[in-house]
Ligand binder design. Structure first.
Ligand SMILES: Nc1ncnc2c1ncn2[C@@H]1O[C@H](COP(=O)(O)OP(=O)(O)OP(=O)(O)O)[C@@H](O)[C@H]1O
Ligand SMILES: [Mg+2]
Length: 160
């Protein structure tokens, strides 16, 4: 589970008293603005390079950008999203959290016709429904985790 505390609880002694310190392990928390997508991409690149998977950066950034864009679309103004990338029992896991309780749902692939292309400024970006399909084509597994604090993590196991 990613939760908000995929955490390492460590014990420290302060003047002889044992203190539990929880190192919160949810990666990064970001203000829910369109700029967050760029920060997510930068974080994903840095993590993968740190873990020694530079070849996986391009696909993982695309996946992360799709998940982050979806998360932002359901986030309230002034809210936040979270991103995590790290080793978990299921593999190298990327997760994006948002506060919205509704689950992502695959839509039937949109039928592309000249009318549904983004040529008309009035219909710009109205022909979506590809994001999760692209994500599923690029990852080993996709699942949802619901932490006790609410919202959900949309998680994928990356192909590395
Ligand atoms: N994090 C999320 N929370 C709630 N609903 C979601 C979330 N992610 C996706 N969904 C739902 O699943 C649908 C499909 O998502 P998908 O990313 O495939 O398409 P899209 O975002 O509508 O379009 P596109 O990604 O092609 O621009 C979305 O329209 C939305 O209704
Ligand atoms: Mg999308």
């Amino acid at each position: 589970m990613l939760g908000h505390s995929v955490s390492r609880a460590t014990k420290h002694r302060v003047k002889g008293i044992v203190v539990n310190v929880t190192e919160v392990g949810f990666g990064r928390q970001l203000l829910a603005t369109p700029a967050a997508v760029g920060v997510v991409r930068t974080y994903v690149k840095a993590q993968l390079e740190k873990f020694g998977y530079p070849h996986a950066v391009a696909d993982a950034q695309l996946v992360a950008a799709e998940l982050a864009t979806n998360a932002l679309a359901v986030s309230e103004r002034g809210g936040s999203i979270r991103v995590f990338l790290g080793h978990r029992p299921r593999g190298l896991v990327l997760g994006v959290w948002d506060a919205d309780p509704h689950m992502p749902e695959r839509k039937p692939p949109p039928r592309l016709t000249p009318e549904t292309l983004d040529l008309d400024p009035g219909g710009f970006d109205d022909n979506g429904g590809w994001g999760l399909m692209i994500v599923e084509a690029l990852v080993r597994d996709l699942w949802i985790e619901r932490p006790a604090c609410g919202g959900k993590w949309v998680c994928v196991a990356l192909n590395v």
